[in-house]
Design a protein around this ligand. Structure first.
Ligand SMILES: [Zn+2]
Length: 151
């Protein structure tokens, strides 16, 4: 499989490609890679992309993401591609899929929502995956991508 990478290859780990150009740091933050001292992190922003004009890219050595983390990536970077590399070979490459709903991943924007007051698991439905608008299962308030805060 041919993959053109703009920074050096990694032996084992994950490449998150086709991140919207301005969301690279947000993806780094939601994956808790900011203060991670175990994994080597390489990233680029405003890289040229034939498909999207400009894009961001992140590479994390010796790390493979779980579904919950991939769902977070899908919410802030719906165009992202997850490429898993083992022994310098691409073993899997797939575009993230925006889920229909996320449970215990992000908070409802409404400070008076029962999920923010009592010990109730936040449950948001994705009602618009382009603008990324999420509706609370409990109070029905809309949370937008801009004011989304992850758990
Ligand atoms: Zn709510």
């Amino acid at each position: 499989m041919k993959v053109k990478l703009s920074v050096s290859a990694i032996e084992n780990g994950t490449v998150i490609d086709h991140i919207p150009a301005t969301n690279v740091f947000r993806v780094i933050r939601i994956l808790n890679l900011e203060f991670d001292t175990q994994h080597q992190l390489l990233f680029g922003d405003n890289l040229r992309s034939q498909k999207y004009g400009k894009k961001g890219l992140i590479k994390v050595s010796d790390k493979f993401f779980e579904d919950k983390e991939i769902n977070k990536i899908a919410i802030v970077a719906p165009t992202a591609t997850i490429i898993e590399i083992r022994n310098y070979e691409v073993v899997s490459k797939k575009q993230v899929e925006v889920p229909n709903e996320i449970i215990n991943i992000a908070r409802c924007v409404n400070p008076n929502c029962i999920t923010n007051i009592e010990n109730i698991t936040p449950h948001l439905r994705i009602i618009d995956s382009k603008e990324m608008r999420l509706q609370c299962h409990y109070c029905e308030k809309i949370t937008t991508q801009k004011n989304l805060s992850f758990i």
